[in-house]
Design a protein around this ligand. Structure first.
Ligand SMILES: NC(=O)c1ccc[n+]([C@@H]2O[C@H](COP(=O)([O-])OP(=O)(O)OC[C@H]3O[C@@H](n4cnc5c(N)ncnc54)[C@H](OP(=O)(O)O)[C@@H]3O)[C@@H](O)[C@H]2O)c1
Length: 246
């Protein structure tokens, strides 16, 4: 089957729908693709976004979410766009580390849980449903600070390590699913520093023109996915679609 240069979603699955970027993405997707079915997953309930919107309450960090999500998806049209927005940088009792000795086992384990398992489990839930001839675009929201080559500043040990692990998951997924699905695009996307609860404590030193609204970031991410060339599968992309080295 010839692969198209652009991708248009008929059915969209978005996880982490209650977050800053996730919520804005839901609104942007519903506005831009009013005909598409919107399926969302979140740890809590969210208000309906469109007539076709279906929501599942599920905790993706829990492996028990996997079979329940697969069963839920069996009753829905197979999504051809999947966006996982889950991630965490800080929580009660944890701020990103400034040096090695601040990195605790607990913080690293929790970072891996929030930033990697939430993507691994969603992929595992979708995997049994994939069809060779159904095109698929998968995007994991990752972070530039997870790039090993780009790291010139150090610090933020557990977040950086977990996003680097997520980046490897995405790369592996692009290879495995690229063999299974004829038209498959799997990428990690850095949204840019966006004004959400995740970045809120670290916004002081960010120039105002480098701190984006969730709506701006959502528009950019959707545009990147819409124009995503097949040759970009397996890459970490900046919000303008340019490549960030792994
Ligand atoms: N904001 C930025 O400046 C920035 C920069 C670079 C990268 N990113 C990345 O972009 C993504 C979205 O970030 P955001 O700024 O929108 O953050 P946010 O507002 O804090 O939302 C993050 C979402 O992640 C989900 N999540 C967090 N911990 C989880 C856990 N243990 N189990 C399951 N789900 C969990 C939650 O989804 P539910 O509650 O809906 O389940 C939450 O809504 C993240 O992956 C983040 O690392 C953000």
């Amino acid at each position: 089957m010839p692969q198209s240069e652009t991708t248009q979603p008929q059915s969209i699955l978005l996880a982490g729908a209650s977050g800053g970027v996730g919520g804005a993405l839901c609104r942007e997707l519903a506005a831009r693709f009013p005909e598409a079915i919107l399926l969302t997953i979140s740890r809590g309930d969210i208000a309906p976004i469109s007539a076709s919107h279906q929501h599942l309450i599920s905790t993706l960090s829990d492996p028990e979410s996997v079979p329940a999500i697969t069963e839920w998806l069996r009753g829905q049209p197979l999504p051809n766009w999947i966006i996982d927005c889950c991630g965490s940088l800080h929580w009660a009792g944890h701020s990103p580390e400034k040096n090695l000795l601040q990195c605790t086992d607990e913080a690293l384990q929790q970072s891996l849980t929030c930033n990697v398992l939430t993507h691994l489990h969603l992929a595992q839930a979708v995997a049994p449903l994939l069809q060779r001839r159904s095109p698929l675009t998968w995007a994991s929201l990752s972070a530039k600070v997870g790039s090993i080559e780009d790291n010139q500043l150090g610090g933020w040990y557990s977040y950086r390590m977990s996003k680097a692990a997520l980046n490897m998951l995405v790369r592996n997924l692009s290879i495995e699913w690229g063999r299974k699905v004829e038209d498959c695009r799997v990428v990690a996307v850095h949204p840019g520093t966006t004004d959400t609860p995740l970045s809120q404590p670290f916004q002081d030193n960010i120039p105002t023109d480098k701190l984006y609204t969730p709506e701006q970031s959502a528009r950019r991410i959707v545009s990147v996915l819409e124009a995503l060339p097949q040759s970009d599968s397996g890459k970490l992309l900046f919000w303008d679609g340019t490549t960030i080295p792994w």
